[in-house]
Design a protein around this ligand. Structure first.
Ligand code: NAD
Length: 458
């Protein structure tokens, strides 16, 4: 009789989502080794902490030019592993470098103590390191997401153990190797694996969990963190609405809607997932969307002129196809795209006549699908836009800035863009409302969430 022993895989194989071909492998970190890795990070943390924010920022400053210089080399690996078009992959690495000097300045400023005084007491409010930070990140911006978590944590004086997505371990390792060219040993470590490694890291002796990913995983993490009341920053999923008022520039609104629904194959937390357009301009808006959708090029990220790459994996592709099929069965109309979706891809699809009975208007899609619903009254559009547990971004298009601003203030989202995407100026927070976030990062208040506030009074 032959006995088979189940073997735990020891390597994580990274595959090109456009072809299924192997891009490379990394060793999986045994979950049992994670405590020792965290202990090493804890061991060096006091020395890293002693340096102070300005010195730590000075140590990291050359990383900016290094990211810019190596963007052309990092881009192909990022594109091959994750699937996005090569120019966008190069751009992701370059942008991280270009924005870093300003971010470092803002971090140092955010961590300066505040002095408050009344007639009896003078208090100094310090923003001290917390200790060891676990950064757990997704695959959709596989270099930017680790970067956004790791840099504030480090400048705050924490040491960091990063657990990148199991879909994109190679680019994450390349990023960590690059940052480590400038850091003392053990200040930044990486562990590879899937949920098991993430869960082991959350349970380990860490002080702060900075998580970017799905709402479901965020709930697990919050639950696990509660055992020892670990600090958490959770940046979660979204179902972003876009409202197009009757006085909007229809062409500009449609251009934005197409770009922001299909960019990164719709795999963006602040993708436009629901569009509410005033019925007076809806025909023109939909025609323009159909025209612009026809200009999209689907293909492997390495092909020139491609605007939409493959879906990250078959599970995600199945989820999107099921949402489209179910919506059509419930009465939605495919007005662009649809038909055959080649293996590994979703052809950019525009759905009209969608309603909130459909899963595609409720649960995050994370695929290149634009869903258009019509409204009569602005109140109805606001009610529908807010009819979701998510609250990451939102967008309002209107020719009247004051009117758009008034609608924006009624939307239950953390970031609202008027006639543009929801991302704010340099130094503003990246923040989700409702179930899209719990804690947040960036901006003075966001940076300070990577620290322990401590008050000394006399
Ligand atoms: P995911 O939640 O499946 O995984 C994210 C990371 O968490 C991965 O590294 C994964 O291995 C790990 N993980 C999963 N379950 C875990 C657990 N129980 N404990 C610890 N770690 C665990 O998300 P994904 O598919 O990689 O990314 C897509 C999601 O990320 C979308 O929902 C998207 O909206 C969201 N996202 C949000 C933002 C934001 O800024 N709010 C940015 C990018 C992506």
């Amino acid at each position: 009789m032959t006995t088979f022993t189940a073997r735990t895989p020891t390597a994580l194989t990274s595959r090109n989502p456009a072809t299924g071909e192997v891009v490379g492998e990394v060793p999986i970190t045994p979950a049992g080794d994670i405590a020792a890795i965290v202990a090493r990070a804890r061991n060096v943390q006091p020395r890293w902490s002693e340096l102070g924010p300005a010195k730590r920022a000075r140590i990291l400053r050359p990383l900016a030019q290094a990211l810019i210089d190596r963007a052309e080399a990092l881009g192909p690996l990022l594109s091959e592993e994750m699937g996005k078009p090569l120019p966008e992959a190069v751009g992701e690495a370059r942008q991280c470098g270009e924005e870093l000097p300003t971010t470092l300045d803002q971090l140092v400023e955010a961590f300066e103590p505040d002095v408050l005084q009344d007639s009896k007491t003078e208090s100094i409010v310090y923003h001290d390191p917390l200790g060891v930070c676990a950064a757990i990140t997704p695959w959709n911006f596989p270099l930017a997401m680790p970067h956004w978590s790791v840099i504030p944590a480090l400048v705050a004086g924490n040491t960091v153990v990063l657990k990148p997505s199991e879909e994109t371990p190679l680019i994450a390792s390349a990023y960590v190797d690059l940052v480590n060219e400038f850091l003392p040993p053990d200040v930044l470590a990486v562990v590879h694996g899937a949920d098991e490694q993430g869960q082991a890291l959350v349970k380990a002796d860490i002080d702060l969990i900075v998580f970017t990913g799905s709402r479901e995983a965020g709930k697990h993490i919050l639950n696990a963190a509660s055992a020892t009341l670990k600090r958490v920053i959770l940046e979660l999923g979204g179902k972003d609405p876009m409202i197009v008022l009757d006085d909007a520039d229809v062409e500009a609104a449609a251009r934005f809607a197409v770009r922001n629904s299909f960019r990164n194959a719709g795999q963006v937390c602040v993708s436009t997932e629901r569009i509410y357009v005033d019925e007076k301009i809806a025909d023109r808006f939909e025609s323009e969307m159909i025209r612009l959708t026809g200009e999209q090029n689907v293909g492997s990220g390495s092909e020139e002129g491609v605007t939409i790459g493959p879906m990250i994996n078959l599970r995600q592709r199945d989820h999107v196809l099921k949402q489209i099929d179910d919506a059509v069965k419930q009465g939605a109309t495919v007005i662009a795209g649809g038909g055959e979706h080649p293996d590994r891809y979703i052809v950019p699809t525009v759905l009209a006549n969608v309603t909130h009975d459909m899963d595609i208007m409720r649960d995050e899609t994370f695929g290149p699908v634009a869903c258009v619903a019509r409204f009569r009254e602005v109140d109805e559009a606001v009610r529908l836009a807010n009819d979701t547990p998510f609250g990451l971004g939102a967008v309002v298009f209107s020719g009247d800035a004051e009117r758009a601003g008034a609608v924006a203030r009624r939307l239950d989202a953390g970031m609202i863009g008027i006639n543009k995407g929801c991302g704010g100026a340099a130094g503003t927070p990246w923040v989700g409302a409702k179930q899209s976030g719990y804690g947040f990062h960036s901006g003075r208040e966001g940076h300070r969430q990577f620290t322990q506030t401590r008050v000394v009074s006399r």
